[in-house]
Design a protein around this ligand. Structure first.
Ligand code: FES
Length: 84
């Protein structure tokens, strides 16, 4: 099971609570940095936000890629990277 953003030590329970309080994923990410490191938690964030689950089974590579394509446009752009 996956239950947090490892890079920034943000439990998915915190993400779910912030979402229940009405914050967008972009706001949650800006406030916690969740999803702004290696990016491995990004597909899990989609599961957290759409199901409320805070312990998510490990996703297959194809599942992770599919969900990342949904969540990536909702997150802030990483700082310091130039956009094409
Ligand atoms: S695990 Fe969340 S950004 Fe790396």
């Amino acid at each position: 099971m996956v239950n947090r953003c490892i890079c920034h030590n943000v439990p998915f329970a915190t993400v779910a609570a912030m979402a229940r309080d009405g914050r967008s994923l972009a706001e949650i990410s800006q406030q916690t940095n969740c999803g702004m490191g290696c990016g491995l938690c990004r597909p899990y964030l989609w599961v957290v936000l759409t199901t409320g689950a805070t312990n998510v089974p490990v996703l297959s590579p194809s599942q992770a890629a599919q969900l990342s394509s949904k969540v990536d446009p909702l997150l802030p752009k990483p700082k310091g990277k130039k956009q094409p």
